[in-house]
Write a protein of this length. Sequence first.
Length: 392
Amino acid sequence: MSKEKKDNLIIKLIFGVIAGLVIGLYSNESVIGIIQTVKFVLGQVISFTVPLIILGFIAPAITKMKSNASKMLGVMLMLAYLSSLGAAIFSMISGYAIIPMLNIVTSVDGLRELPEMIFKLNIPPVLSVMSALVLSLFLGLAIVWTNSKKLEAALDEFNNVILAIVYRIIIPILPVFIATTFASLAYEGSITKQLPIFLKVVLIVLVGHFIWLAILYSIGGAVSKQNPISLLKFYGPAYLTAVGTMSSAATLPVALSCAKKSKVLDDDIANFAIPLGATVHLCGSVLTEVFFVMTVSQVLYGTLPAMGTMVLFIVLLGIFAIGAPGVPGGTVMASLGIISSVLGFDDTGIALMLTIFALQDSFGTACNVVGDGALALILNGIFKNKKKESVV
């Protein structure tokens, strides 16, 4: 997606939040009844597409791995997963420590009761979320094992079809869905108590990004026996480009250029690791999502998710992130199913997640992009040494 379209989406999302707040504050019961109905239908449409997104992105991603099916690929994928998992665990521990200190108001006196919907249009998904995930894994692996060219091509076509659905249906209805959600919250009267909390949370998450990058680069320096600052100091343009474009793919040429300016990275490893990392490494987005789901749970449901539930969520989230679609809020879009099924979020919770995630998406992407350099540094330490050993 182009920078202009992405910027346009952010403007629409912000407008959706503002319009929803204004409409909710000044609407009567009849209008809110209509808004509730629209919100429910749009929520059903989004839920319907979730298993299709999982199948349409994860299965083709697996089939594409075979062209580079080498030990380096396996190590890079494992590093990407471990980085996302580590970021998620760091975020979860921080959430349990920080969120209870934010004095979040979960029940506000004098709330108005939401009116009944005019009608309900149920649109059940064709597959459950877990069925879609398992089918994606099995189908992708089996196609690689059997070298089925026709099915691989069909999956690529299916990926394009689902991407078109996301761009032409889901992305355009998101601002409306978010507007209806905030209208309902404003009508109830609780939103004025909740908005300041989300502003605080965004700032906390930004600090978390920098802490995680420091950890990643420290590990990279230790494994490669190089000074990580020798690479990190060149990443400023890539960070700013990612903030502007909100796209790892759009930032890729700049990120590659930054990585190659450093003499600590082997060119071949940089050419391999940076583009692959742009596809599968989403540590910043995962860190953000974990902290946000815990905050939304506290705001809407009055409690943080249980530790066991969160552990299951972050293990699955790491897998979903590797196959996440490259659209605004792609990580959260790909994981909507586990947000609802594992954490038990309703439509309001999902809408809040989509909103606050989208409003900081550029910084999460920037963390992902800069983090790719750290993984390349680790890979460099492992495989460059092996190259030297083989020469000796």
